[in-house]
Design a protein around this ligand. Sequence first.
Ligand code: NAD
Ligand code: FES
Length: 278
Amino acid sequence: MYKLVTKKVLSDVSKQFEVEAPLVARKAKPGQFIILRVDDKGERIPLTIADSDPERGTVTIIFQEVGLTTQCLGNKEAGEYINDFVGPLGKPMEFPEHPGRIIAVGGGVGIAPVYPKVKGFFKAGMDVTSIIGARNKELLILEDEMRAVSKTIHVCTDDGSYGHHGFVSDILQQYLDDGEPIAEIIAVGPLPMMRAIVNQTRPYGVKTVVSLNPVMVDGTGMCGACRVTVDGVTKFTCVDGPVFDGHQVDFDELVARSRMYLDKEKQSLEYCRCGGAK
Ligand code: NAD
Ligand code: FES
């Protein structure tokens, strides 16, 4: 069992826990993730390691309450326990081959997985411009944390309630049009955002990496649940990723696969709301 040490409510739908998991905390590197189960009958969900503290033996996770499992997790309080917490999984992030400006784009709850990567670049003394966005000001997370590790930061909201009125891709377009060299763009967020950004950067030939979070089961490359086609080859996000060259990812297939379990998710959530599960 793994103790939830602290809990922070980041927005109406996003929550943060520090989890006591000393072995994971000791080995965790930016870009890696864990798979957890809230109880012994629960589904396994992958979550990015947003931060880790080897001295305190804690790992920070951030999630949005979008389904049954994340709602059950969100209902937990500091001091309570969860059943499983396996990791660190996946490949650690790689540093760009060429020096120069890195642009990190985080959309919605995707700001949580982009944060440890920006922090890693910052610690390595690299020049990072961050562009973060959410539907509205209330849903924006980790602004202060991102600001602390970015040379420049832009904030956007879809409804204009804070920062630039529009999508993160609007600000990115300004940097692409400027023509100043960009070593690499890293984009993490909902699939429509990542697909839009790789299509936007492709004509400019700027390397663009994305971090994927498909459904996962075993997290060891055995079950095939997390498969994704990259450059025409089947890859497993849990062992070959989660970071891939965005220009090579088959987003159409990924979007179709992400919709496969929507009905079942809705049914589970309804069951939960009707008191069928805690
Ligand atoms: P959202 O839909 O509110 O979008 C967040 C921001 O992304 C928007 O404010 C906008 O700036 C940008 N964006 C969205 N669609 C865009 C488009 N078509 N073109 C350009 N920019 C666009 O995001 P949310 O509700 O916070 O995200 C939820 C989704 O994120 C879930 O589907 C979840 O699976 C996914 N997610 C992905 C990761 C990951 O590692 N890739 C991690 C956590 C969650
Ligand atoms: Fe089973 Fe990746 S989660 S192969």
